[in-house]
Design a protein around this ligand. Structure first.
Ligand code: PHE
Length: 341
């Protein structure tokens, strides 16, 4: 029996030296140290031996077991080391290679303009007020002094929904009513940015979906002079102090008097070009003193309160600032265009 153990040990150690990978090592462990291995069987059956032989066989058996376990652990560690060395030499890691460039996204040019508008308006005391894009006919038209069938509706070709009286807003002006009703009788100074929709032919100058920024100030003793001062200051900060501006009389049902503001064409510096249709001027916004009917619809007594409002297109402003000649670029999602900003 003792001879058998010696031989077992020699055989196991020899086999272990041959085991070259994890699978072979595991097979070896099962064969020589597993529950059904010869060694374990001998140790398990000690009780069946004559009492005189038990101590010697038991001692030697445990010795062999410890020796095999130690040799096994050593071999596992050695193999691991070998593998590590192999992987390090096989695919050497070049730490001097430049990293893969990370593509950095950017804000859409219109979003950049919007944020500048927010910043300039914030300095002048205007808060941002968000209003809904899906509106009622009542808010978008009637409360803004545009009754059903009024010819002024032709100014806004409308997307109707299948729900009677519910439309996509054609301008940000319905937000005027919502803001007035929310704050009445407090004084108001807000801008209302957001998407508007018009059922129109898509051309280089108009899209069916576009952003507007509405401005609204309501309080006591507000005059046309406040309107002009605010808008000229706004335009100076957006386009530079040297540009010239002009106001032209205009018509909107919800303002009285109404005006439109032009900026000296930034493309030709006022000399005349296709963008300004050879006039030297480009329209940037519509504005006016809030109509008494609209003030009343918002909850304000027009004998006590007055206000001014304007509406402008950040896309148009972006086009002027960057000399973009077609509004359709903004929605095309062509990276060659967007990456320039
Ligand atoms: N809502 C008008 C438009 O979309 C612009 C405007 C706003 C005019 C506020 C006057 C006052 O054409």
């Amino acid at each position: 029996m003792l001879n058998q153990l010696d031989q077992l040990e020699r055989e196991a150690l020899a086999q272990l030296a041959e085991a070259g990978d994890a699978a072979a090592l595991e097979a070896w462990r099962v064969t020589y140290l597993g529950k059904k291995s010869r060694l374990m069987t001998i140790l398990g059956d000690l009780g069946k031996l004559p009492p005189a032989e038990r101590p010697a066989i038991g001692r030697r058996g445990n010795e062999v077991k410890r020796a095999l376990e130690a040799a096994y652990a050593e071999r596992v560690a050695a193999l691991k080391q070998e593998e590590l060395e192999r992987s390090l030499t096989a695919a050497p890691l070049d730490v001097t290679l430049p990293g893969r460039p990370v593509e950095i996204g950017r804000l859409h040019p219109v979003t950049q303009t919007l944020r500048e508008i927010y910043a300039v308006c914030a300095e002048m005391g205007f808060q941002v007020y968000r209003s809904r894009e899906v509106e009622t006919d009542e808010m978008n038209f009637q409360l803004l002094n545009i009754p059903p069938h009024h010819p002024a509706r032709d100014m806004w070709s409308t997307f109707y929904t299948t729900v009677p009286g519910v439309i996509l807003r054609t301008h940000t002006s319905p937000g005027q009513i919502r803001v007035m009703r929310a704050y009445c009788p407090e004084p108001i100074r807000v801008i209302l940015p957001g998407m508007c929709y018009r059922y129109e032919q898509i051309t280089a100058r108009s899209e069916i979906q576009f952003t507007q920024v509405e401005g609204l100030a309501v309080g006591r003793h507000i005059t046309m002079a406040d309107l002009k001062g605010t808008l000229v200051e706004f335009a100076r900060r957006m386009f530079g102090a040297d540009r010239r501006y002009r106001f032209r009389a205009s018509y909107f049902p919800f303002t009285e008097p109404s005006a439109e503001m032009d900026i000296e064409c930034v493309i030709c510096d006022g000399k005349g070009c296709p963008v300004c249709k050879y006039t030297g001027w480009v329209e940037i916004l519509g504005a006016g003193m809030v109509h008494p009917v609209v003030l009343r619809n918002g909850g304000y007594d027009p004998d006590v309160y007055s206000g001014y409002a304007w509406g402008m297109g950040p896309q148009r402003i972006t086009m002027l600032r960057y000399q973009i000649n077609d509004i359709r670029y903004f929605w095309e999602n062509d990276l060659r265009f967007l990456e320039q900003f």
